[in-house]
Design a protein around this ligand. Structure first.
Ligand code: ACM
Length: 710
């Protein structure tokens, strides 16, 4: 077996060093040009995402399936052995025969891919860990070097993204990559409270994170609506406050181990003192006198607050944090801390008396006291505090970390006061923003007013997936592929801002995610089949391709979404920022600008076909809406699709014949566009600015003077 073969590859240290040295010199000699270009100059054929810090392409390619043999030069850990195994499975799926070649290679056969890792990295991954790697590929071999397993794992992901199939053979371009992340904290937060996400979903999210080179899984394990982590010391937390939906301690450990195997830290969050209804229902003695009868169903229901005036509360937290620290080894412990209104504190006579005694006039002062009491408890268990914006208070020491959800300004405010921080405000996936918007939002933008030392306090950012409006069937399509665009922002140079180039690679990396088991493409397809009750819901696919969900706030206002709302309608089977948005914008721009090199005629032809497909789909959907309960709300949007298609076709016809439309035509199109702008069916069309542009361009053509009679 290749595992044994790998173990047999034991060469002398000196020999290994010489071989590796020669390989690197050969690689460098082979590569052209004296200096590495910045990452955004990526050759248009590459599909690397995130872009490396620097890379230099060479001439020629390395044939991967000629005689594949990968292995290590030097010591290697069990963790990186397992990472190589996973790499081989994935390469085998792309290229075929990889695992067979690997298993039959003799230990002495030259290696096509040599991995050299100086050491495994810290036993508990730290925020300061060296994640850099170098990957040199020539036409005869590839060499991956890294200081730790983490860098080597990132390098293996990069290698997989370099592979392409040409004429039936897998190849990797000659290239030299020298890569290191821009930010140390590249996180993804999952909320399994509002809707529970089973452990399999968590594991596949970690697979996606590894591809995106994200390195922190922030697990929001408690909130008002439920408590999702088993405690043996406080069993009522899940017995009473989880509706039976929680992770056992074995599952928590499984996730931590799975994440570590992929170079990902796990930071658990237990929200306190606010967002604590679940804790307070299970153990009213730690609450502030609220009389909660059942778990809240909606996220803005009255929230309970732990009682900061009671010593019992701190004893509970001490025991609980101690228990969780046995499971979660990370140095950081997220205490939540957001949105603590203190209403229960102010209406509790004993807590109010406590505040008066301490001289606290407002709930934030009491919350700062609570956090001060938490600090020695956390440090007793070897933990540093991380919490949302609201924990920021000058009375707390500088080694706490603030996660900014209310905006870049509050992040900067923390940094100017000397606190470390991460940015999340622009990366709330349920805001349904485009990949472009989130990719361009930078934790430290070029125009920042922070000093260089203050900038160093911004450790990175986190994508946030709140779960009020998702469930296990839809979560992947909300998270991916947009999270790849944000992950690139966290990893790649600040100067990487080419949106068109980002989208080109995003579409390709998105397929790679499906290949490892995520279902952000296939999930919505399946849902649409089920919603239509039809094995071939082509009309619905056409319709869905130009729709996206409305934002979290708009949906909440329109639907009053709660834990029992069925998330089973078209809004759940469409995705934010679908590819059609850019494709239509691209075609319209080609027609409007008539720029040299843009094929306006081809663009007009694409658009015409697209509009015609809408016209065919609309009546089918209208008929389905009459007979399917799950489509009953979309008849109006289907009617609008038909009207928009007609508007587009007429605009194209006026442009084609260089005819200025009558003024009444423009008024009619304006009325159509105003009509579709109104809320309906929790979805919105993604192409309206482009269609508006097309209509305006058609309407602004100069009227052709009537030809004179001869
Ligand atoms: C938050 O969104 N309340 C952290």
């Amino acid at each position: 077996m290749f595992v044994n073969a790998r173990i047999q590859i034991v060469r002398s240290v000196v020999f290994r060093a010489i071989v590796l040295h020669c390989q690197l010199i050969l690689a460098l000699l082979f590569l052209i040009g004296p200096s590495a270009p910045r990452a955004q100059q990526s050759p248009s054929s590459l599909r690397l995402m995130p872009l490396p810090n620097s890379m230099q392409t060479g001439q020629g390619t390395l044939a991967v399936n000629a005689h594949f043999h990968a292995g290590f030069s030097g010591v290697h850990s069990v963790r990186i052995d397992a990472a190589l195994d996973r790499f081989l499975w994935r390469l085998d799926r792309q290229c075929g025969d990889i695992r067979r070649m690997q298993s039959t290679a003799a230990a002495t056969d030259p290696m096509l891919l040599t991995i050299q890792v100086a050491g495994p990295g810290a036993a508990t991954q730290s925020v300061d860990e060296d994640e850099s790697y170098k990957l040199a590929v020539t036409t005869s071999q590839a060499t991956l070097t890294a200081a730790t397993d983490l860098g080597a794992m990132h390098g293996l992901e990069t290698f997989l993204q370099l592979v392409s199939m040409e004429n039936g053979a897998c190849r990797v371009p000659a290239i030299a990559i020298d890569d290191t992340p821009r930010f140390r904290w590249r996180g993804f937060m999952l909320d399994p409270v509002r809707h529970f996400e089973p452990v399999d979903e968590v594991l596949r999210t970690l697979d996606g994170m590894a591809i995106a080179k994200l390195n922190v899984f922030h697990w929001h394990l408690s909130d008002d609506e439920g408590f999702r982590a088993e405690s043996k010391k406080f069993p009522r937390l899940t017995e009473v406050a989880s509706s039976g939906l929680f992770y056992s301690q074995d599952q928590l450990r499984e996730v931590v181990a799975y994440a570590r195997a992929r170079g990902i830290r796990v930071v658990p969050e237990f929200d306190m003192p606010g967002h604590s209804s679940s804790t307070t229902i299970a153990y009213p003695e730690y609450g502030s006198g609220e009389d909660l009868k059942s778990l809240p169903l909606v996220h803005d229901a009255p929230r309970a607050e732990l009682d900061p005036s009671s010593e019992k509360t701190y004893k509970f937290i001490d025991t609980f944090v101690g228990e969780m620290s046995e499971i979660f080894p990370d140095a950081y412990f997220h205490i939540g801390g957001d949105e603590t209104e203190g209403k229960a504190w102010l209406s509790s006579p004993s807590i109010k008396a406590f505040m008066d005694k301490k001289g606290f006039k407002t709930p934030p002062e009491l919350q700062a006291y609570f956090n001060q009491r938490l600090l020695p408890i956390l440090s007793k268990h070897g933990k540093k505090m991380v919490g949302w914006d609201e924990i920021l208070n000058p009375s707390l020491p500088k080694d706490i970390m603030v996660q900014s959800w209310r905006g870049v300004d509050s992040l900067a405010q923390g940094a100017t006061q000397g606190y470390t921080g991460i940015l999340s405000a622009p990366y709330y996936l349920d805001a349904q923003k485009t990949s472009e918007e989130m990719f361009l939002a930078d934790p430290v933008p070029a125009e920042t007013t922070l000093t260089p030392d203050q900038q160093k306090l911004i450790l990175g950012g986190e994508v946030c997936m709140w779960a009020e409006q998702i469930h296990p069937e839809t979560v992947d399509s909300r998270v991916w592929p947009r999270t790849l665009a944000i992950a690139e922002r966290f990893w790649s140079p600040q100067s990487d801002r080419d949106v068109a180039e980002m989208y080109r690679r995003l579409r390709l990396a998105s397929l790679e995610l499906e290949d490892v088991g995520l279902n952000h493409i296939s999930g919505p397809e399946k849902l649409r089949r089920n919603i239509a009750g039809n094995a071939n819901p082509e009309a619905l696919d056409v319709f869905a391709s130009v729709l996206e969900p409305i934002s979290f706030g708009d949906r909440e206002d329109a639907q009053h979404t709660d834990s029992y709302t069925s998330l089973n309608r078209l809004v759940d089977a469409v995705v934010a920022d679908p590819p059609a948005r850019q494709q239509i914008a691209h075609d319209v721009d080609a027609i409007v600008t008539q720029a040299p090199g843009s094929d306006a005629a081809a663009a007009a032809s694409h658009l015409r076909q697209r509009f015609e497909s809408w016209q065919q789909a609309a009546p089918v959907i209208q008929a389905w809406a009459l007979r399917s309960g799950r489509l009953s709300d979309i008849a109006d949007r289907a009617r609008q699709l038909n009207a928009l298609a007609q508007a587009g076709l007429e605009a194209l016809a006026f442009l084609d014949t260089h005819t200025a439309p009558p003024a009444a035509w423009l008024d009619a199109q304006k009325a159509i566009l105003a009509d579709v702008d109104k809320p309906s069916a929790l979805v919105r069309f993604v192409f309206l600015p482009s269609l508006q542009k097309l209509v305006d361009t058609a309407a602004s053509q100069p009227a052709i003077a009537p030809s004179r009679q001869p």
